[in-house]
Design a protein around this ligand. Structure first.
Ligand SMILES: [Zn+2]
Length: 402
């Protein structure tokens, strides 16, 4: 066991995993102070410009200047001698409610009747339920990589979820380390050529056509915001999955957005809505466990774990807010394009072609324009957040020199 002072718990979980490659995956974070301090001298984050629809404007939380306190860095206590293919670690480190509340500077409220822990302040509401992966973050469904547990008389989440999901989503300004670039955006229209993707024959919609058209619309909107935009395909051609993130890397992309439309076989008349995926952190399980089969235990996309979260959070939020469709959740998946991306990356499933009503909407240029506009607004909010993190870091560096 770890020293009790760490207030962390280690439990056995699943089969042996590999040793954790600390270099690429360690996430430096600063903790938020336990009690409010005087307003910091950090420059205010850039104000969201007019391109942000009011409904999706996500206020960038003000971080409080604070001494850097690193969270305990070894997330995992693996007893494995050699790396294994399993995405699950031998053991998981957990962070309890009190520690979470202190680090995030939120007030905890435990309700034994609903088995729910709410962490909140004036801007943030996070609801975690005992033994569940699904959480509610500011009214949005966000899925943890491991279920919450009950330990030492309080609810606890895995440290990987805390460091790579909750903290970047809730307190991005407290991320330290290099920030991603903000100039070149790669848009990846899913499928193409002989790969049609999902098809709704009745509504005459092919996924490969809907993704390409939406990508073209998004390109124009992002170019109008001043970004350089590259497409992984600009016509109806087949592109290998692995080649798509390679194109982005070759073009020095700072951001990778893969566009898809969804389908289900069961309950096709019922299931609609949007889901957004980011890369599954190492030693966690994807929302769909088939995505974990036969994939490496560590992937290049994991180097961007916290920024993937920041990007996914803003895109999912903007899509839900603009499209007013059911929330299928911000999830994780080891999709090839996300595994191999060298910059923050998301895969968006913007609607269900298996649902005739939703397919009918997706078939219209107006709706694809709405999807593109929502994504552009989400990108804008992400960029605003990254810029604010940079300003925060610059402010801290300046203060340190004095
Ligand atoms: Zn697809």
């Amino acid at each position: 066991m770890l020293p009790a002072a760490l207030r962390l718990l280690v439990i056995g979980w699943s089969t042996l995993g590999g040793m954790f490659p600390a270099s690429a995956a360690d996430l430096p974070v600063r903790s938020v102070p336990t009690r409010p301090t005087a307003p910091s001298s950090v420059p205010a984050p850039p104000v969201a410009a007019a391109v942000t629809p009011k409904a999706t404007a996500a206020p960038v939380q003000r971080a409080v200047s604070t001494p850097r306190v690193k969270l305990p860095s070894p997330e995992l206590r693996s007893t494995a001698k050699s790396p294994a293919a399993s995405p699950a670690p031998a053991t998981l480190v957990y962070i309890g409610a009190k520690e979470m509340a202190r680090t995030l500077n939120l007030t905890p409220k435990w309700d034994p009747a609903t088995r729910q822990l709410t962490l909140l302040d004036a801007q943030v509401t996070l609801v975690l339920e005992r033994d569940q992966r699904e959480t509610d973050l500011n009214g949005m469904r966000v899925f943890l990589g491991a279920p919450t547990v009950w330990r030492n008389g309080e609810l606890a989440v895995s440290q990987i979820d805390f460091q790579r999901l909750l903290l970047p989503a809730i307190r991005p300004l407290n991320l330290s380390g290099p920030t991603p670039g903000l100039k070149v955006i790669a848009i990846d229209p899913g499928h193409g050529g002989r790969d049609t993707g999902k098809v709704n024959a009745g509504q005459k919609v092919l996924e490969k056509e809907a993704t390409l058209d939406t990508a073209r619309r998004l390109k124009l909107l992002l170019e109008a915001q001043g970004f350089t935009v590259v497409l992984t395909r600009s016509d109806d051609r087949f592109v290998e999955l692995a080649e798509r993130p390679e194109i982005a890397t070759r073009e020095s992309a700072d951001l990778f957005i893969s566009l898809h439309f969804n389908a289900v076989e069961a309950e096709a008349t019922r299931v609609t809505g949007v889901e957004v995926y980011t890369m599954t952190p190492q030693f966690q399980l994807s929302a769909d466990r088939r995505l974990d089969d036969h994939v490496p235990v560590f992937n290049p996309g994991n180097a961007m774990d916290p920024w993937n979260t920041v990007l996914g959070y803003h895109l999912h939020r903007a899509l839900l807010s603009s499209l007013k469709v059911p929330d299928r959740g911000l999830k994780r998946g080891r999709y090839a394009v996300l595994r191999l991306a060298r910059c923050p990356a998301v895969l968006i499933e913007a609607g269900f072609l298996s649902h005739d009503g939703e397919a009918r909407r997706i078939a219209t240029p107006q709706y694809r324009q709405e999807i593109a506009a929502a994504i552009a607004a989400g990108v804008h909010n992400y960029v605003t957040t990254v810029a604010a993190v940079r300003a925060q870091q610059a402010g801290l560096r300046k203060a340190a020199k004095k």
